[in-house]
Design a protein around this ligand. Structure first.
Ligand code: SF4
Ligand code: SF4
Length: 262
């Protein structure tokens, strides 16, 4: 989420941190949090939402998102568009609640918790450290309810643990690119990062309707798998991103193409 920082409690929390919260359809603020949002979407969010709606990732991106380019890293991010009405409602909110509830994005699952990821130095070298924080919107009355959670039990209850697992490698790519010394991306790489991250159907076409698979030494079983399994294709995409962003030698170019591939 592109957060309103004035609502963020400036204390780092862990999975064991406790809080009281309950969100239900009899609460007077019900669905108030589904307006004027700036929800950053992840690759797995889009995969689930476009399948829920029965449309292609390209159609989903065009209809429901806009692109926000981060000034520092030059990364393009897909953000959920709100409706062009006075309330700036999410296109999926209804008086009964979220119409895509089972496939709602990661940020909606975590709310009122926010997540952060940072690199910490250790004796064994840099390690990734996840942390959490509370979003204290005075309009959200769920904090006044009596149900007790830890952040861990909340994220499991909301199904956010699966989403984290699916997006972990992608988030690490963002984090590694965000470290000092990483060059800004040229428009071609920005386009590739955007397509691989969010447009899974476009990435499938790029992979199978071009010379792409013949350029790299990719295991035959992996090629077969990514033809039919979208999640495997998404994860293969993360591998490809690490390669093109020069973070890791995750793919090997075939000898005969070495001179041709840039
Ligand atoms: S309690 Fe908070 S999260 Fe639940 S509907 Fe109200 S504003 Fe939204
Ligand atoms: S996707 Fe669902 S939960 Fe998230 S803001 Fe929209 S209506 Fe609310």
């Amino acid at each position: 989420m592109l957060l309103d920082m004035s609502l963020v409690e400036p204390i780092k929390r862990t999975l064991n941190s406790k809080f009281k919260f309950r969100c239900h359809n009899d609460i007077s603020c019900f669905t108030k949090c589904c307006s004027r949002t700036n929800i950053l979407l992840t690759p797995y969010d889009i995969l689930r939402m476009k399948n829920r709606l029965g449309i292609s990732s390209g159609e989903f991106l065009k209809k429901y998102t806009y692109t926000h380019t981060d000034e520092k890293s030059s990364h393009p991010y897909a953000v959920l568009k709100v409706m062009d009405d006075n309330e700036g409602k999410c296109p999926f909110v209804t008086p009964e609640g979220c119409s895509i509830y089972e496939d709602r994005p990661t940020n909606c699952r975590y709310y009122p918790i926010g997540q952060g990821l940072m690199i910490r130095g250790s004796e064994k070298g840099p390690v990734n450290e996840e942390f959490y924080f509370f979003i204290r919107d005075p309009n959200c009355l769920g904090y006044q309810e009596d149900r007790e959670w830890t952040i861990e039990t909340w994220r499991i209850d909301q199904g956010a643990d699966l989403y984290d697992e699916m997006n972990r490698e992608w988030k690490e790519i963002q984090l590694r690119r965000d470290t000092p010394g990483q060059p800004k991306l040229d428009p071609k790489k920005q386009g590739m990062l955007y397509m691989v991250s969010y447009d899974i159907d476009g990435f499938r076409r790029f992979t199978f309707e071009s010379k792409f698979p013949s350029l790299f030494d990719i295991d035959k079983e992996e090629v077969e798998k990514i033809k039919t399994d979208e999640i495997a294709l998404m994860k293969f995409g993360f591998k490809y991103l690490k390669y093109i962003l020069m973070l890791e030698e995750t793919l090997k170019v075939k000898e005969e193409y070495k001179k041709k591939v840039v």
